[in-house]
Design a protein around this ligand. Structure first.
Ligand code: PLP
Length: 383
C-alpha cells in the first residue's frame, strides 16, 4: 500500500522516549514538554506556546479564553475538518459558515461582504443582523498548509472587536513572504494560533496540539485552564472549571525529535508537489490544486482536482485506487452539510461544494519513493 501521509520517525524519537521511561517522567510534567513549547515558540516566533493534548483541545481552549459563551457566534469556513466547528459547539456557541477560495481557504472577499452587509456594531460588539447575536471571533483555517491571506481582515476585525483564532493545525512550517523575505509564521497574525501534532501532520507527537500567541494574559489563562484550573496545588483548590488538556512528556519527546527534522520534511513535501506538478501538467482530466504565492506553504498535503467528475465518480475513483494499493482521501464534507450543523447560518456557499465533489488528496508521505510517486501518476492517468 502507498499510504496517504504517514509519520517519519527516524530521528531522536526513540532516544528521547527512552529518557522519559528511564527518568519516569511520562505524564504531563517533564523537561520535554517545556522544551517542546520553547522550541515551537522560537520556530514560529510567537512569544508564548502552550502545549495541549490535541489541536481540538487547543481550539476549544482558545475559544474559551477569549470568552466565547453560549449566546455568541463564531465565523468559520465550511471547508474544514469537523474539529474546528465542534470546538465552537463545545461552548454551546453557534457557527456561521463561510465559503472557500481556490486554495480551500476561507473566501476572504465573501467574508468581508458578510461583515459589511450582514452585521452592525453597537456598544463595542459586532452583531449579526439576522440573529442579533454577538459575533465574537473568526477561525480562519490554513487548509493543507496553505496560508490564508489575513491582511484584508486584520484592521476590520480590530475595529469590529472580532478576535481571530487561526486554525493552523495543518500549517506548521508555513511562513508568509514579506518583501521577498521570510515573514510571519501562519497562526501568528491573529490573536491566537492553534497547531496539531496528530499522526498525519507535518510533524507528530502521536497526538497533541499547541496554542501560540503573543498575548501574555491569554497564554497564562490557557495554561491555567489546561491543567484543571489549579489555584493551589497543595490543597487542591480550583476556582474555575478546567480541563486535563496538557500534553504529556512522552508525546512532547516525540514532538521535539520531529521538530528537529521539520526542514527536511518540508523540503521533501516540496519535491513531491513539484513531481506531481510536472506529471499532471497539460492533462485534460487533472489539475493540481493551486498554492498561494504570498506564502511559503509547508506543502503538507497534495490535492488533485478531478476536472470531469462528480461525487459518485470521485468515490469510485478512491475505491479503485485503493484496489491498486494507493491510499487517497476525499476533501472533507463541508461542515454546513454535516447532520449536526445543518441548521446553522451559511453565507453564499458555492465553491466549497464544488471542491468537495471534485478533489482528492494523493499520497505525499515524506518517505515516499520515486517509484511510488511514478506509480500514483501512472495509475491515475490510466483512469
Ligand atoms: C484543520 C484542522 N483543524 C483541527 C484539527 C484537529 O487537530 P487534532 O486532531 O490534533 O485534534 C485538524 C486535524 O486533525 C485539522 O486538520
Amino acid at each position: 500500500m502507498i499510504p496517504l501521509s504517514v509519520p517519519n520517525l527516524k530521528g531522536n524519537e526513540k532516544k528521547y522516549l527512552k529518557e522519559c521511561i528511564d527518568t519516569e517522567f511520562v505524564s504531563s510534567v517533564g523537561k520535554f514538554v517545556n522544551l517542546f513549547e520553547k522550541k515551537i515558540s522560537r520556530y514560529t516566533n510567537s512569544k508564548y506556546a502552550v502545549a495541549c493534548t490535541s489541536g481540538t483541545a487547543a481550539l476549544h481552549l482558545s475559544l474559551r479564553i477569549i470568552g466565547v459563551k453560549s449566546q455568541d457566534e463564531v465565523i468559520v469556513p465550511t471547508m474544514t475538518f469537523i474539529a474546528t466547528a465542534n470546538a465552537i459547539k463545545y461552548l454551546n456557541a453557534s457557527p456561521i459558515f463561510m465559503d472557500c477560495d481556490e486554495y480551500y481557504n476561507i473566501d476572504v472577499k465573501k467574508l468581508l461582504n458578510f461583515l459589511k452587509f450582514n452585521t452592525f456594531f453597537k456598544n463595542g460588539h459586532t452583531y449579526n443582523k439576522k440573529t442579533k447575536k454577538i459575533i465574537k471571533a473568526i477561525i480562519p483555517v490554513h487548509v493543507s498548509g496553505n496560508a490564508v491571506n489575513l491582511k484584508p481582515i486584520l484592521n476590520i476585525c480590530k475595529k469590529k472587536n472580532i478576535l481571530i483564532i487561526e486554525d493552523a493545525a495543518e500549517a506548521l512550517g508555513t511562513f508568509y513572504i514579506d518583501n521577498k523575505k521570510k515573514g510571519k509564521h501562519a497562526g501568528t497574525i491573529g490573536d491566537i494560533g492553534c497547531l496539531s501534532f496528530n499522526g498525519n501532520k507535518i510533524i507528530t507527537s502521536g497526538g497533541g496540539g499547541m496554542i501560540i500567541t503573543n498575548n501574555k494574559e491569554l497564554a497564562k489563562k490557557a495554561r491555567y485552564l489546561s491543567t484543571q484550573a489549579t489555584n493551589d496545588s497543595i490543597n487542591y483548590i480550583h476556582n474555575e472549571i478546567g480541563y486535563n488538556y496538557r500534553l504529556t512528556n512522552i508525546q512532547a519527546a516525540v514532538g521535539l525529535a520531529q521538530l528537529e527534522k521539520i526542514n527536511l520534511f518540508i523540503k521533501k513535501k516540496k519535491y513531491i508537489y513539484n513531481f506531481y506538478k510536472k506529471h499532471f501538467k497539460n492533462t485534460k482530466d487533472f489539475a493540481l490544486a493551486k498554492r498561494p504565492n504570498y506564502a511559503n506553504n509547508n506543502g503538507w498535503m497534495v490535492s488533485l482536482v478531478l476536472k470531469k467528475i462528480n461525487n459518485i465518480k470521485k468515490n469510485s475513483t478512491i475505491k479503485k485506487l485503493l484496489n491498486k494499493k494507493i491510499q487517497t482521501r476525499s476533501m472533507w464534507l463541508p461542515v454546513h452539510m454535516q447532520k449536526q450543523f445543518k441548521g446553522y447560518q451559511k453565507y453564499k456557499i458555492d465553491k466549497a461544494n464544488k471542491l468537495f465533489y471534485s478533489s482528492i488528496n494523493i499520497p505525499c508521505s515524506t518517505n515516499i519513493t520515486n517509484g511510488e510517486l511514478t506509480k500514483v501518476v501512472k495509475v491515475l492517468k490510466n483512469f
